[in-house]
Design a protein around this ligand. Sequence first.
Ligand code: SER
Length: 610
Amino acid sequence: MEAIDIRKKFLKFFEERGHTIVPSSSLIPDDPSVLLTTAGMQQFKKYYMGEADPYMTIHPLTAKPLGSKSAASAQKSFRTSDIDEVGDEGHLTFFEMLGNFSFGYKPGESSPKSGYFKKGAITYAFDFITKEMELSISYVTIFKGSDAVPKDEESRSVWNSLGVTDVREEGMEDVFWGPTGTSGPCGPTTEVYCKTVAGKDVEIWNIVFNEFFYPGSREELLSGSSGKKLESLKVAGVDTGMGFERLVMISQKKATIFDTDLFAPLLELLSSAVELRHKRIIVDHLRAMSFLIADGVRPSNKEAGYVLRRLMRRAFVYEHMYQIPPHVFDALVHDIVHEYGEFYPELLKHNDDIREEMKKEYDKFANTLKQGVKKLKEVKEDSITAESAFRLYESFGLPYEIIKELGGAKTASLTREAFDAEFKRHQEISRAGQEKKFGGHGLLLDTGELKAANEEELKKVTRLHTATHLLQAALRKVIGSEVHQDGSDITVERTRFDFTFPRKLTPEEIKQAENVVNEVIQKDMQMTHEEMSYEDALKSGALHFFKEKYPLRVSIYTVSDKKTGEVFSKEFCGGPHVTHTGEIGSFKIIKEEASSAGVRRIRAAVEDKK
Ligand code: SER
């Protein structure tokens, strides 16, 4: 059976059993404490916590309530922890996870729409694997128990009743899932293992029984030293995740995921001169890149953007190393976009962005790559230390993998741990530098645009921040709507606002803009905040900073008159802001000057009301 049909079969199986099929959420999660989406349950976190109701809450991706206590999806997922392993037989960065979920099961209820727990979840998994896919289960695992959570005897007896007798007991590390991020639902799991044609047992399905909430991270939970305790969730839920590529491998009777129809045709596009490990890396990385860019990630030196940059640059290194002609990567991306485009239409929609970002990043990197390779050749030491590797990273943007790859024997003793430690050491040094700048108090807030070291400074920069929104709206009223933000920087003393405008402002225009802002301050207009989809936000006419890339759900701040409802300013923004413009006090433009060609710069301050 082709992969595409297996995905459909899974969703149909659960749809026929009362589940609402939900699209994959973006790879950029709503939860800011998580870098990228790693599991299907993330979009359902609120349902497990009882903060969203399956029958009442509008689901952001379907624009209506789920209408069932059960849902299923094929979810785009990304695990950075596996980057170094890619190239072997089984690891990927991007992968798809098939999952069925149940929220708010109450004992005694029995229809699929009313939710299910251990018996229901295990029976579905058994039926899907053995009856629907006609595969056999090698063995399963259950939770062996800990100080806080008893052994999962119920799961054992359900498996036994279905004729599965090889039931193995494991501990917290392996069969207790979650939480993701800084806190969340978690619970014991039962895993399903199947045999590959090569006779190897692989885990294909993880069935989590979300019975608990943990007020800390998984690391804290496992270390047990934080003093934080598992709390019972009011209503128990189920979260399952099946590795799609692995299921396809078992079903198509292939020895590795790379031999399935998901990957084999892509690998064949690369010449036989390319080492197999490198072929797998290229294909994994280009696939992940396409999905990340389609979801709005852009290469950068930070967070998800850095992950993307590493993937792209590593693929480019092999392209360069094997002198792969450019049309080959083009063909790979073409096939990826079209192979997945039917199910994930965002790939087709952002096809041009994928190409463009790829070209831009290549152009940026080509020079670096040349210089870096030259530098790497010059390195005299027999072994490249973590420190010298970090210098290469800092000066040439060469990621760890690339230094390792290109440095060959010179990097034999360089490890990811040592490199990461060096990275951290430098981060700490630069953070210490920042702290010194801010009086040694540390930073209370640093959004890039706004910086504050203590509560008092936070209040001041918040006032300046709202004033900056008012300034932009005022400028658009006074000198015209061709004014667009080009950058801003807010310190406790002043706001600095850069905007596009072809000429110097006249003293009258400056005074007028200042007056408009002060009028809005006097009217004590309200600042309101809402979240909405990126499309809705654009439709609402909210101003957005074109240099910034926004996630699918965005945050919008609006200044409006409480009485008349008249909107004065509406912007894409992460906050923070005052709640009423009166809090700003009074506003004064200090200076207007050129910043660069076609861009003006205004410095302005706020003062307490006299
Ligand atoms: N959340 C679990 C996992 O990621 C099951 O979906 O494995």
